[in-house]
Design a protein around this ligand. Structure first.
Ligand SMILES: Cc1cc2nc3c(=O)[nH]c(=O)nc-3n(C[C@H](O)[C@H](O)[C@H](O)COP(=O)(O)OP(=O)(O)OC[C@H]3O[C@@H](n4cnc5c(N)ncnc54)[C@H](O)[C@@H]3O)c2cc1C
Length: 325
């Protein structure tokens, strides 16, 4: 059984399906809201002020492109949009500082210009469309159930394994109480404007993401003190400030998105089977679910089949000593 049909449960299910492993998906978005629907959906192989490649960028981005392209064909939907991403230098000092270290900093993902860098192999995934297409696909197969998993439920005893893909709700599941989640609430504004460029993602202390027909997503905020599904006035202000920095002042607001990133204290995912019980976890993908989940779904299914082990920094084997306490 897979518990949860957010991005993690969905992509894990497709990897099981690919390997002809039987499963059911139980998802209860009416009682446990799905954060994946709020995602900007951006994948970006470069991070931080020093423009470093993200963790395992080569392996993860090599897997990502063919994975989503194959999914589009399988689900007969268009949700994968490779798109250049531009990171302007914050100011003259930053431009000088980076240019002076360019030989050390440069990597295969960067294309340097006088006013900033272009990042290659970036883009975005329309996550809500991927999830809704996937739900139809699994409903047709008869394996998707709108159902809440509650510990001790009699019909859950029919499954050889239960794999929890609960997003930030996983932090209240007693099975995983020894794992340190560090969830972060995030909000995004959806706007319509003709003042922004529709051909690339602008990334400067936030992002401005073109999603077609003069529509854009502006994001994203972070807070660690409150995890409700409602938008907040403070996030709205922050997002409007970002728009002003992007020099967009003539726009219509078309929507607000709210979600909780299932981040972890050591900033690495939680992947693997419990050391003593037939239950597993596929969670902790933080703010990078779009790029990390496909690669680690493949690793997890390979480990379940006894073919190879999940990367030690992502595997919950790194907490094995805590499970026995
Ligand atoms: C504002 C915002 C912007 C973001 N932008 C990006 C981005 O640009 N790029 C990127 O890569 N990532 C981004 N993220 C992060 C991304 O959304 C997450 O990494 C990813 O969506 C996590 O997916 P998940 O499946 O683990 O969790 P979720 O999407 O929360 O899914 C969990 C599912 O489990 C179900 N569930 C939970 N408990 C139970 C239960 N007991 N019984 C039944 N069902 C249950 C829920 O109903 C839900 O459907 C963003 C997140 C936010 C909030």
């Amino acid at each position: 059984m897979i518990v949860g049909h957010g991005l993690a449960g969905t992509i894990l299910a497709h990897h099981l399906h690919q390997e002809n492993i039987e499963f059911q998906i139980w998802d209860s978005s009416s009682t446990h809201f799905t954060s994946s629907n709020a995602a900007g959906g951006i994948f970006n192989p470069v991070t931080g002020r020093k423009l470093e490649p993200t963790w395992l960028a080569n392996e993860i981005f090599t897997y990502l492109f063919p994975f989503y392209q194959t999914m589009e064909k399988k689900l007969n939907a268009s949700f994968f949009f490779p798109m250049p991403l531009f990171r302007p230098f914050a100011n003259v000092e930053m431009a000088d500082w980076l240019n002076a270290r360019r030989a050390d900093i440069d990597n295969e993902f960067l294309d340097w210009k006088s006013d900033g860098v272009w990042v290659n192999q970036a883009g975005w995934v329309d996550v809500p469309l991927l999830l809704s297409s996937s739900q139809l696909f699994f409903r047709d197969l008869g394996v998707f159930f709108e159902k809440e998993f509650v510990a001790g439920q009699a019909d859950s005893a029919n499954f050889s394994h239960i794999i929890f893909c609960e997003g930030f709700h996983g932090m209240t599941n007693p099975l995983w109480s020894c794992l340190n989640f560090l969830p972060a609430k995030g909000e995004i504004l959806k706007i319509k404007t003709v003042q922004a460029d529709p051909f690339f993602i602008l990334n400067k202390n936030g992002f401005l993401l073109p999603i077609g027909q003069d529509l854009f997503k502006v994001g994203a905020t972070y807070r660690w003190d409150e995890f409700g599904p409602e938008p907040t006035a403070s996030a709205n202000e922050e997002l409007k400030d970002k728009l002003a920095q992007f020099k967009v002042n003539d726009y219509i607001e078309t929507g607000k998105l709210v979600g909780i990133r299932p981040a972890t204290q050591d900033r690495r995912p939680f992947v693997g089977m419990h050391p003593e019980k037939p239950v597993g976890i596929f969670n902790g993908f933080g703010s990078k679910g779009v790029s990390l989940i496909p690669y680690f779904a493949n690793e997890f299914v390979s480990e379940l089949q006894g073919k190879k082990m999940v990367h030690p920094d992502a595997s919950i084997r790194r907490f094995n000593q805590l499970f026995s306490i």
